[in-house]
Write a protein that binds this ligand. Structure first.
Ligand SMILES: Cc1ncc(COP(=O)(O)O)c(C=O)c1O
Length: 370
């Protein structure tokens, strides 16, 4: 990346892939189906289930991306919330009043969790695991869930793509054709990723042009019928050195945590001690929403673009009631810093320095900040 074009975060750009040895066999290799997005994979499963599996209710964690929740409410299956969030070590599924015909979606938040040592199984209740944040974890490989899903486009530089598999060998939903809306969105995203790469390399590309392409490429997925992954994303997936990239992500995550250790107003979520996997991003929890917002604004001015995973209030307006006050509180104080293969140790130190500087300035500059 040319130094005057240095930036951090936001959408992937498209760059040449350096081969780093054999591409390992991912956990879904035995029986995958590939879908355009994680939402499409989940919807395909839900549409498959009423006849084949007879689900009537799907339990999802209270802390979850609201636009995904909105998509899940479009089927006849009732969506119910159970208490869970990234600051809890295990999903709060033990005491759920489940009954035959229910399914429970369990999330490995930010790749920080290990496989629960004991998952109570109730006859007729199916478990769906969401491995979006670390599809290559030991948990994903050793899973004995009925179904596993991962949105690959969130963790890899792919313009579309998600995978659904069944560790228990259940019959998978039939794959649909690639929807025209998905083809268009994917090609638009690919153009945006390519232009972003040229911009970062110092070429005379206007930022607005690739930003618009990347932003606009999300909308068609919402309108599209449930669709398969595009054939070009399938090809690209086979080229990706996923394990090398996981190692880079883990090293970047560790560098960020080390650089921010001891900051009194900040807590960086840490992987469990025995984690055999790789964190997705640096999830930072501020002492107050005001300091979070102040730091975030300053980071954006410094061309560091964190994500909020997730804003439970704004994007889109909260879909279901009964979100716990502690989930809302968490969502107002959290930001997520990208740790993926695009970045190296000096990038992570630069990001950490900016966070420390801005967060400290908030303390001495509160009136300005509020
Ligand atoms: C944990 C998790 N699951 C599922 C999804 C849905 O994936 P997609 O955006 O590809 O529909 C997301 C997306 O943000 C996610 O973070």
């Amino acid at each position: 990346m040319q130094s005057d074009r240095w930036e951090h975060g936001s959408d992937f750009h498209w760059g040449p892939i350096a081969p780093v040895g054999p591409v390992p066999s991912p956990p879904w290799r035995a029986n995958p189906t590939y879908w355009a997005t994680g939402r499409h994979a989940l919807l395909a499963l839900m549409q498959h289930s009423p006849s084949a599996r007879r689900w009537t209710r799907l339990w999802i964690p209270s802390y979850f991306c609201q636009s995904v929740v909105a998509a899940l409410t479009t089927t006849e299956i009732q969506i119910c919330l159970y208490p869970d969030s990234p600051i809890e070590a295990f999903p709060g599924t033990d005491d759920l009043p489940v009954r035959a015909g229910d399914a429970v979606l369990v999330v490995n938040y930010f790749g920080l969790r290990s496989r629960p040592s004991f998952v109570p199984r109730v006859s007729g209740v199916e478990i769906v695991e969401d491995h979006t944040h670390d599809p290559w974890s030991a948990w994903a490989s050793e899973s004995d869930a009925d179904w596993c899903v991962a949105s690959l486009r969130k963790v890899l530089p792919l313009p579309d793509g998600a995978v659904l598999w069944s560790p228990r060998g259940h019959g998978l939903p039939n794959v649909r054709p690639v929807a025209i809306e998905v083809q268009q969105a994917s090609l638009q995203k690919m153009s945006g990723m390519q232009l972003k790469a040229l911009y970062l390399a110092g070429m005379p590309i206007r930022k607005k042009v690739f930003r618009d392409l990347l932003l606009e490429s999300e909308a068609p997925h919402k309108e599209a019928p449930v669709s398969a992954m595009t054939p070009w994303s399938r090809e690209l997936l086979e080229c990706m050195p996923c394990v090398g990239w996981c190692e880079q992500r883990a090293a970047n995550h560790a560098a960020l945590r080390r650089s921010l250790a001891g900051v009194p107003w900040l807590h960086c979520l840490a992987p469990g001690e025995r984690l055999q996997g790789c964190p997705f991003s640096g999830v930072l929890l501020f002492d107050s929403p005001q300091r979070r917002d102040y730091v975030r604004r300053g980071l954006i001015e410094s061309r560091i673009y964190p994500a909020i995973l997730w804003d439970l209030e704004k994007t889109p307006p909260r879909v279901l009631g009964n979100i716990r006050p502690q989930d809302l509180d968490l969502s107002r104080r959290v930001i997520s810093l990208h740790c993926d293969h695009r970045y190296s140790f000096p990038d992570m130190v630069r990001v950490a320095d900016s966070i420390r500087r801005l967060g400290t300035a908030f303390g001495s500059d509160t009136a300005d900040a509020l």
